[in-house]
Design a protein around this ligand. Sequence first.
Ligand SMILES: Cc1ncc(COP(=O)(O)O)c(C=O)c1O
Length: 240
Amino acid sequence: VPVWLDVNVGMNRTGSPPGAWEHARDRLPAARHVSIVGLHGYDGHLTWDQREQAHVGYDALCRLARALPRPPRWIVTSGTHSYAHALAHAGLADGPWVHQVSPGTILLSDLRSHEAARDLGLQQGAFVASRVVSTPCPDRVTLDAGSKAVSPDRPAPNCRVLGHPELEPQRPSEEHLPLQVRAGTMAPAPGTVLWLVPEHVCTTVNLYRRALWLRGDAIVGEGAVEAMSHPLWADDPTSR
Ligand SMILES: Cc1ncc(COP(=O)(O)O)c(C=O)c1O
């Protein structure tokens, strides 16, 4: 049975610490039908400037890989905010294994991943279109894009208004996002369309069944967001 070990490299979300797996190693020869083919260590808790902390985790991962009866064929680490740390780690690069990184956010990008996007020469790829639906007081306007429309898992401000740094997103309610209008600047009129850049794109795209493809100002197509929501039954494709 090919087996992957999930290694807790400091995120404390899933897996077991490298020491626990090393301890378990002594029982492995008894498990004749088990072959450890890969190690997985995801460090999604780290940021773009935490290389030192990231390398502590990768050092431990490499030590574990070399302590196994046979080195694994693969080591998988790192999402958008730490893939560059992993690719710069000599130990991960030098082993008899294939090292892969697994960034996902970078595909569409969001406010948190702009350093990674710059690093790869990518641009923000997903926006939420919203409209000014109310002007409740002189220094506020309200958009129709609340927590059901953008980054529901992030504290305020959970997005930015593209091209409008003078509009500061406040705490959203379910259907509404109030914007504070900076003193001395013009508030957008009711009906104005504004584009929002999500703080977290993964939890934003999950809110939509379909997406429009844009090139410049033109809509050039649309498609289903196939990864949205959860199927009710694991083996039922119709519940998607
Ligand atoms: C195990 C695992 N790998 C990879 C990713 C992708 O990482 P990122 O969203 O930082 O690109 C995630 C995201 O949550 C994850 O949980």
